[in-house]
Design a protein around this ligand. Structure first.
Ligand SMILES: [Cu+2]
Length: 68
């Protein structure tokens, strides 16, 4: 499980774009968005960097707050 902090994620539109970006890396990824804490939780088998890179490209730079 990967937990990301995405400071620019502020609304449902952002959440949709971000979810799409994550699924473009791993179509089977389980994505959970918490807008209140601007936190993204990803349950997938792909490389963490692949997700942060996809988010960067989508315009939502993220920082890794936890891996497990
Ligand atoms: Cu938004």
């Amino acid at each position: 499980m990967l937990k990301l902090k995405v400071p620019t994620m502020t609304c449902g539109h952002c959440a949709g774009v971000i979810t799409k970006a994550i699924r473009s890396v791993d179509v089977g990824a389980k994505v959970n968005v918490d807008l209140k804490t601007q936190t993204l939780t990803i349950d997938a088998n792909s490389d963490d960097r692949a997700f942060t890179q996809a988010l960067e490209v989508a315009g939502y730079p993220a920082t890794i707050s936890a891996t497990q």
